[in-house]
Ligand binder design. Structure first.
Ligand SMILES: [Zn+2]
Ligand SMILES: [Zn+2]
Length: 454
């Protein structure tokens, strides 16, 4: 049975058809997610339903305050909820850094019972880590359909200018008022779409992981994500026009992608090599003292960059691989450490290697994977042929006026080129890029992205 979504009469999202007999552990998400037009006034009843209490800290910034923060404060106060307003960084744009996290923490009082985050990525993540440290539940009032992290359980944050990740809870209540979200600027709408388009790659890589390494693939989560992204592409005109229906389709796509993380407890269905590229750009820009580029925009561009490698691989002839040469030319451990330091930097490279100890393969394991790919190549080709033509992805982003190339985000050619070569190394998680590397094909596939090193 296919997963479907519907709503009860209070606009609460109901997911059904999640029955699945794959070997993943499935959890039914118990968050209350509301999507609808003009639903913000009902927020007190959502809070009442979960019995979160009558004392909160409301977190917003100078952009989200006029859009929804001020109204949320009034609606909660009128309902008898005591609100401590935390308007982050009044003088500039908010990053999810120690300053923002500290501002929230110092606004929390002994009597505070929950946190309300009014914003998108940065504000939600700032509140998420505070919720984790204080044990308080938190509520998300979404202001922009710009990323799929509303339902996430990990907060990307900045500490002393470096990107870090901290675990944190998912909001107990997510309130997406489509009228508020429709006021988001065009670039944020385009970013939300970019973040979802990357799911095609994530799904293909997951399936390739199941073919090569017998990784468990959850068909229900795979289908949730595919349906979400297809609906988005089919409705790009409504999304661009920010009609209530278009905004609803976009936010549903983002929420559904995120919900797969809650169901199976990992991000396999929503992030792969295209997200690794985006992450690399964040780190490179931060190291230069710049702000990190917009996440969804990076993911969209990363998706366009890696896509041709998939279509090309579908036409590959793996029978011609020279295994003796591959064995002779493979990186030894020292060479790999040097490679990781050179691409990711010493500190990040060491952390990545420490967190992914299985990533340096023995030749026996590499050979096993190559032989598996040779034996089951028709299945891999089938996975790739399920992808829509890349022109549809490009067309969707173009229509929304999204940035199309790394340089549009201020990323240098050098950083762009390094990022696509080392994106495979960020996690043990299997990807086509890892397979290309193991088959000795990656350098040739990436010849349009020269490293100009040796
Ligand atoms: Zn993302
Ligand atoms: Zn499953």
């Amino acid at each position: 049975m296919a997963a479907t979504i519907s709503y009860d009469r209070n606009h609460r999202l109901i997911l059904s058809g999640l029955e699945c007999d794959c070997a993943c552990q499935h959890r039914m998400p118990d968050q209350d997610i509301y999507v609808g037009e003009d639903i913000l006034p009902d927020l007190p009843s959502y809070i009442e339903r979960r019995k979160l209490g009558r004392n909160c800290v409301l977190v917003c910034d100078r952009n989200t305050y006029p859009v929804a923060g001020e109204r949320t404060e009034r609606i909660l106060s009128d309902a008898g909820i005591k609100v401590i307003m935390c308007l982050l960084k009044r003088d500039g744009d908010v990053d999810p850094d120690e300053r923002s996290v500290g501002e929230v923490l110092l606004s929390i009082q002994p009597e505070t019972e929950f946190i309300v985050a009014v914003g998108s990525g940065s504000i939600t993540d700032t509140c998420r880590v505070n919720a984790a440290r204080t044990g308080l539940p938190f509520v998300s009032v979404g202001t922009a359909p710009s990323m799929d992290g509303y339902t996430s359980a990990v907060a990307p944050l900045l500490l002393r200018g470096l990107k870090i990740h901290r675990q944190g809870p998912c909001p107990e209540i997510i309130c997406c008022d489509t009228r508020i979200m429709a006021t988001a600027p065009d670039w944020m709408i385009a970013a939300g779409v970019g973040d979802v388009l990357g799911k095609f790659i994530a799904k293909a890589d997951w399936k390739i992981g199941s073919i090569i390494n017998d990784e468990v693939y959850c068909p229900v989560c795979g289908q949730i994500v595919t349906d979400a992204v297809n609906r988005l592409i089919d409705n790009v005109d409504k999304i661009k026009a920010k009609t209530p229906e278009g905004i609803q389709i976009l936010i549903e796509g983002l929420l559904l992608a995120g919900i797969t993380v809650l169901i199976i407890g990992h991000t396999r269905a929503v992030a792969s090599v295209e997200h690794n590229i985006a992450h690399f750009w964040d780190m490179s820009e931060l190291a230069l003292g710049h702000r990190a580029p917009c996440h969804g925009a990076s993911v969209g561009i990363g998706t366009l960059m890696v896509w041709p490698m998939f279509t090309r691989f579908a036409e590959e002839d793996l029978s011609k691989l020279d295994l003796d040469a591959l064995r002779r030319d493979r990186m030894d451990r020292d060479q790999r450490v040097r490679w990781m330091h050179r691409t990711w930097g010493v500190e990040n490279g060491d952390t990545i290697m420490e967190e992914n100890p299985g990533d340096f393969l023995t030749w026996e394991e590499q050979e096993r994977r190559i032989r598996r790919a040779q034996e089951r190549f028709p299945e891999i080709r089938e996975v790739i042929r399920e992808l829509p033509p890349v022109e549809r992805i490009r067309g969707t982003l173009e229509k929304l006026g999204a940035p199309m190339e790394a340089k549009d985000l201020g990323i240098s050619d050098e950083v762009r080129n390094i990022s696509i070569h080392c994106a495979k190394d960020y996690r043990t998680r299997y990807t086509l890029f890892k397979l290309l590397d193991e088959c000795g094909l990656l350098k040739e596939y990436l010849s349009d992205y020269p490293l100009n090193w040796d």
